[in-house]
Design a protein around this ligand. Structure first.
Ligand SMILES: Cc1cc2nc3c(=O)[nH]c(=O)nc-3n(C[C@H](O)[C@H](O)[C@H](O)COP(=O)(O)O)c2cc1C
Length: 285
């Protein structure tokens, strides 16, 4: 059964409300707590010279941080996204927009981003679509969508756990690799692949690297957990709630995902602008 606009908007607002609940965080599972940085008693440099700026194609960024893709398509989205876009413009950091899925079937949906863009013309925006959406959609349609946003790159999010647990989910990923490859070949901007909080195995990273994507945001286990979020949304459905509970710690930790990317970089010896920019260029925790 297809979702009505009202149901879509409620789902998006529920996601924000539930994600803010600390129980939606897979706290302590990122692996970062096990990492100890080595103290340097005599640093041979002047701290005033520390410069966090970096670049993304022709853009100079003030820091290697980015605002990860979040929300769109409901009454509170405009205010959230306008504020984030202004931050992106003022600080010159990248901002992933929330899923643009709706724009594929609703010509007016792009107006939301046009208004955000009007408020923050210098924001560095990255488009966003889920893997289930790009399978079977023409590249021309996606090209038009990213041109309308004036996007610097396109994020393709992979969220198999969420799609399987979400009552309205579309857990069809067959043809996903070919769909990404087609986008890499035909889109006018780089394609970046991301998870949404469950990380990547080395095998999957390798297959994605071979498609020629620009970067991967590993988005590993240890933060927002979509098994938990979708579980909380299904509290009236005892079976779904229980299944989601089984998967509440599912995923590959941030640290393990980074190590997987690092090992792959060593094996393939890819350069800094290849897909294995994963670990060194554009990695979010
Ligand atoms: C409310 C909310 C909505 C999100 N929506 C999207 C989305 O539309 N597209 C996407 O790629 N990721 C989405 N994400 C996932 C984030 O981009 C990120 O990958 C994930 O939350 C893990 O990072 P964290 O642990 O820092 O939250 C969303 C996250 C939150 C909290």
């Amino acid at each position: 059964m297809s979702e009505s606009t009202q149901q879509f908007e409620k789902r998006k607002m529920d996601h924000i409300r539930i994600a803010l609940d600390p129980r939606s965080q897979a706290e302590g599972l990122s692996g970062l707590d096990d990492i100890q940085l080595i103290h340097e008693a005599l640093p041979d440099f002047d701290f005033k010279e520390v410069d966090c700026s970096t670049s993304f194609f022709s853009h100079k960024l003030s820091a290697p941080f980015f605002i990860s893709s979040m929300t769109a398509g409901h009454e509170n989205a405009a205010i959230i996204n306008s504020r984030l876009a202004e931050l992106s413009a003022n600080k010159q950091i990248l901002m992933g927009v929330g899923s643009q899925r709706r724009e594929l079937n609703d010509a007016d949906a792009c107006q939301e981003w046009k208004r955000v863009r009007a408020k923050a013309p210098r924001a560095l925006l990255l488009g966003n679509l889920g893997i289930s959406q790009i399978i079977g959609v023409s590249t021309a349609k996606i090209q038009a969508m990213i041109e309308s946003l004036e996007a610097e790159a396109l994020f393709v999010h992979l969220n198999p756990l969420q799609e399987c647990l979400q009552p309205e989910g579309t857990p069809n990923f067959r043809g996903g690799y070919q769909a990404i490859e087609a986008l890499v070949e035909k889109l006018s901007i780089p394609v970046i692949v991301k998870e949404v909080g469950c990380g990547f195995s080395q095998e999957t990273l390798k297959k994605i690297y071979n498609l020629g994507v620009y970067a991967v945001d590993v988005s590993g286990l240890g933060g927002t957990h979509w098994g938990r979020v979708e579980g909380f949304r299904s509290q009236e459905n005892a079976q779904l709630f229980q299944v989601a509970k089984t998967f509440e710690n599912w995923g590959i930790s941030t640290v393990q995902s980074l190590l997987n990317a690092k090992k792959l970089m060593k094996i393939t010896q890819c350069g800094p602008l290849g897909a294995c920019a994963m670990a060194s260029k554009l990695v979010s925790y």
